[in-house]
Every structure is written in structure tokens, then in C-alpha cells.
Design a protein around this ligand. Sequence first.
Ligand code: EPU
Length: 421
Amino acid sequence: MKEVIKIEGGHELNGEVTISGSKNATVALIPSAILAQGPVTIVGVPTISDVDSLSEILESLNVEVTKVADDHIIIDPTYIKNVTLDSNAVTKLRASYYFMGALLGRFGEVKMKMPGGCYLGPRPIDLHLKGFEALGASIKYEHGLYTIKADELVGNKIYLDISSVGATINIMMAAVYAKGRTIIENAAKEPEIIDVATLLNKMGAKVRGAGTDEITIDGVDKLMGCFHEIIPDRIEAGTFIILACAAAKEMRIKNIIPQHLDSLLFKLKEMGVDMEVDIDSVTIRNGRKLKAVNIKTQPYPGFATDLQQPLTSLLTQCVGKSAIRDTIYPERFKHCIELQRMGADIELGLGRSFINGPTKLYGDVVTATDLRCGASLVVAGLIAEGITEIHEVSHIDRGYEDLDGKLKKLGAKIWREKIDA
Ligand code: EPU
């Protein structure tokens, strides 16, 4: 038996939704907690399966994880043991690679399997490894297992050829205990990086410049436990804003940092969306005809690649021809094939999609090939005529907290069913 999500389209949404803690910050904050020599309390933890997988990895390292409340965990790495990470949990998610930097930083050695995660085309980790090497580590890859070790980690200047989120965070974690100063140039500037640097600094690290393209880390001898609240999830927020534009009469999206969403909000204004931006919320009102736009995904503060997929579904309803170019993951267009099944008029080019609108969408049996593809199918399902049946929902559960519950409260007809595999 497997679970599918079903949506009966055409029901107007209304009301308020509260955004959860950032998934992409959480999946980095949890591994970084093992760098402390005492308990780290994290609040705002979303209930998503990626957190379960990371907790499983922590437990295999003899790190105690206590769930105090739904969104509140205490990670106690006091009795941590540096064992080989080769369980299925490691290959389930991409972010397990943060244990590379964290364990290398704490023990000077890590052995682990290749991380898994959504297939968005090739996702190399060469920049992470080059960073570890620059700090003095040697790297061996044999039979699917990485062995990364260093007699001593020593600060260095590291230039990232691409401003990679993962590599920036991994190098920060590996460098916190390194001797001397590490400088990461062309560092990624995503808000999640600032959140991780904030946690590390609360523990006692000396990380400066996070949020700019040059991050400096001065090594310290000891990091302590601390308390940290995770930033709101800008991609979940963006997804709800997009689905509000597609299917809501009026919707208020709360617990957001609007500045983190500037690139999306500016595009929506260009499309003609009626919105009101407040200090920590956005209200979307519907009724206007929306215009086609051109999107080019770029590292933050550019347009997020994670939002181009849900936005595609909205663009099928806009008047004219929209164009999307994904410069980060040129193969991240599998959702378009699924949307075409539902009636979308989309042409695909190399790293690009062209969406002709408006077109009527019809419910069909579709597959969430990755997390944000799942989000794009939910947006499409809400506006399609008839019932949309989404398969491979585990991808959605990896990154969206209670997506169906939140939508139900807004008036959507969405439910889960077990079907024969
Ligand atoms: N890249 C390399 N070599 C590396 C690392 C990255 O060539 O060693 C390339 C990638 O192939 C890609 C670009 O650099 O073309 C940027 O990749 P980045 O490392 O920034 O991505 P990531 O850290 O693996 C995070 C998010 C993704 C999000 C991307 C881009 C997490 C756990 N994942 O991935 O989120 O799409 O940044 O913003 O933070 C999602 O949430 O659905 C998701 C996939």
C-alpha cells in the first residue's frame, strides 16, 4: 500500500496560515549542534521527515535527542561517538552532508556514505571537499564511502567557484575549531547561512560576515550549548503566497520575513498581484488578471530555484508567454511534464521552460518527482477541474510541515488515501 494525496480543485481558499521554521536552516542547524560540548535547544523545528532522518543519524552517533514539544528539541552531544555514517537515513536526504563538516570539525575525522536527496540533475559536492582539503584534510572515496580526516585543521583562505549554500555551511562548521583564521570568499548569502552562523556564535564560535560574500571564522577551543529559534521558512512562505495568488480570495501568510522574499514579491507585483506587505506577514487578494513574466533563478538575493517550480503552476493561469531559466539546476523541470498531463501548455528548452497562458488545468494522476515538484502539483491541483492524485508524496513530507492540514484549514478539499502499490 502506498499513500497518495488527492485534491478536488476549484474550491476558493480564504483565511490565514502560519509559516513553520525553515527546513533548509533546520537541516543545517541540527548537524551543527554536535559541535557544542553541551545541550543545544532549538525551537521552531518543523515537523518534516527530514528532521526524523537527521534525528536517526544523531542517535546513531550516541547523541541524545529530546522532543520537548512539537517544534522544540534538545540535542545533547555530550556522549557523542564518531561512528561511520552508513545507514539509509544518510542516503535519504541531501543535508546529511552537513555531518561531514560537523564531524570533521569536532573530531578531525568523518566516515560517511554519499548523501542522497531530491534528484535535480547532477549535484556534486566537489566544493565542500576542496574546502575541507584547504583546511588540511585528506579525502578518500572507496566503495561508496567517504573518509575525510586531518591531523590538524588549520584556517585558510578558500574561494568558492560557485557560491554554494551547502559548501559555505559545511566549511564554516569544519573551521570553527580550526587553528587560526579561515576566510570563505564568494560565500553564499542565503538567510539560512546567517541562521547557522548565529547558532555557532551563540555556542561561542567567532563567525563574522555571514550574509555577505566574505565570511571569516576564527577558530576557538570550546563551544557550549545554547538556545536558538529557527528563522521562518522563506520557501514554504513563497509556496503559500503563490498558491494564494492561484486559488485564494484573500489569504494572509503569517510568520514571514518579507525581505527574504523580495525577489518573489517583486515578480508578483510585476504580474499584477494585489498584495499588502506588513512587518511579518503578506496578504494576497485575488480578482485581477495576472500577466506573464520572465524569471531567471539565481543565488540569493536572486529568484530562488526552489520557487520556480510552484510558480510555474501559477504562470499557467497568467495571460501571455512566461519564460523561466534555471541557472542553478538546469534539469529542474520534471514538474513541467506532470503539469503538461494536467493540460498546461509548456515548451521545454535546455535549462528553460516557456509557459503559455492562460490554460485550463484538469485533475490527473501525477507524480511528485521531487519536493518542489510536489508543491507545484499541489498548486495546480487546487485550481484544476476535477481530482488530482499525487503520487510519491514522501517527497512533499520531507520538506512541508502538515501541508494538507494547513490547506484544509484554508478551505481546500485535500485528503490522503492508501492505494495498492
Ligand atoms: N555545486 C557544485 N559543487 C558543489 C556544490 C554545489 O557544482 O560542491 C553547484 C550545484 O550543482 C548547483 C549550485 O552549485 O548548481 C548551487 O548548489 P548549492 O550547493 O547552493 O545547493 P545545495 O546546498 O545542495 C541548497 C538547498 C536546495 C536549494 C539550493 C539552491 C538545502 C538542504 N538545500 O542545496 O534546496 O535548491 O541550495 O538554493 O539547503 C529544496 O529545498 O527543495 C532544495 C533542493
